[in-house]
Design a protein around this ligand. Sequence first.
Ligand SMILES: N[C@@H](CCC(=O)N[C@@H](CS)C(=O)NCC(=O)O)C(=O)O
Length: 214
Amino acid sequence: MPRLYYTPGACSLAAHIILEESGLPFESIAIDLSKGEQFKPEYLAIHPLGRVPALIADDGTVITENTAILPYLGKKFGLWPQQTAEQEAKALELVGYFASGVHVACSLIGRPGRYTDDANAHPGIQAKGIQTVQAHLNRINELLKEKEYFFDEFSVIDAYGFLFYLWGKKRGLDTSDLPDYHQFFERVLARPATQRALLNEGIDPSSLTTHSNH
Ligand SMILES: N[C@@H](CCC(=O)N[C@@H](CS)C(=O)NCC(=O)O)C(=O)O
C-alpha cells in the first residue's frame, strides 16, 4: 500500500486528501518539522531535500514534489483532468502555478530565513510575501468565478487549491473579499475525504469553517 510522509496542515495535505478520496488503504507517517524530523538521516534517505510530502508508491518508487505526486495520484485514482490534451495542459499549468508561484510566495512569509541570513531584512521579505500571497488569493478567486471546482469535476487541483485559502486564513490575510474562493473552500472542506484527512492530521475540520456572509 502507498505510504505518505506528511506534516499536519502542510502542503502534504493535498496528497493526504486525495489518498482519502481513493477509498483505498494507505499508510501515513507524520514528520514533525518543528522538531527538525525532516533532517533526520532516515528521512533524508527518502527525501534528500528534507521536505514533505514524500510518497512511496506500491512498487517502492519514491516520489517527491507536489508537481509529481499530485498528477500521479490523480491519474491512479481518476482525479486528474485529462479529457483532452488541452485540459491536461491547463491542469499542469495550475499545479505549476500553485507550486512555484503561490507556495513559494507563502514561504516568503513563513520562511524569510530561506532568502537572507540578515534577520533585519526578514520583516521586509514577509511584508512582500503578504502582498504577493494576497494577489495570488485574489487571482485564484477570479479563476474560481461561478465554478464549483477548477474543472468540471473534483480533481487533485481542488485539493491543492484548497490549501492556500487555509494558509491565507491562518496567516491572517484578508479573505473577506474572496467570495468564490470562500465557497470553494467550504465545498472542499465538507467532502468526507477532506474531513478524514484533517482529522488524521489532528486538525478539527469544524475549527476551519468560517460561516462568513459570502
Ligand atoms: N516544492 C516542494 C515544496 C515542499 C515544501 O517546501 N514543503 C514544506 C512544508 S509545506 C516543508 O517540508 N518544509 C520543511 C522545511 O522547510 O524545513 C513540493 O511542492 O513538494
